[in-house]
Design a protein around this ligand. Sequence first.
Ligand code: IDP
Ligand code: MG
Length: 149
Amino acid sequence: MQRTFVMVKPDGVQRGLVGKIINTFEQKGYKIAGLKLMQITRDLAENHYGEHRGKPFFEALVGYITSGPVVAMVLEGKDAVSAARNIMGATNPVQAAPGTVRGDYGIDIGRNVVHGSDSPESAEREINLFFSPEEIIEWQRTVDPWIYE
Ligand code: IDP
Ligand code: MG
């Protein structure tokens, strides 16, 4: 089992898409291990998006992600990192396949509705950045034998 970090960005929250987006991951079979509404500080934004520092869109990206509350979550399950990326779709929503979150709900790359970790290493880093250990719940889900062989 693997964990990944997923976030509904401020545009997704403002547009009332939180429930739909969480449901997309939930109905696939991923288990919620952590979930909260939060306001990202500038410090956290710059840290989270550290790999993009110096790029032309960095300032706009930090402005975007701090512009309103986000919904941060930890999702757990088999191949959670790559599966969540597939469910989200391509970074540029215009290129994202229909049926993906970005493909169904976005147009601009700077308003692409969701974030998801891009590797198991990023997932660990981002989970630790956004969640304290007590905020992550280990629980038994009784339907698991109907989701996993
Ligand atoms: P990802 O979110 O699919 O992992 P990254 O390349 O890590 O994509 O970029 C992080 C975020 O920065 C994107 O989700 C998007 O919001 C924003 N971004 C990436 N490239 C551009 C760009 O060329 N213009 C504006 N925003 C961008
Ligand atoms: Mg990324």
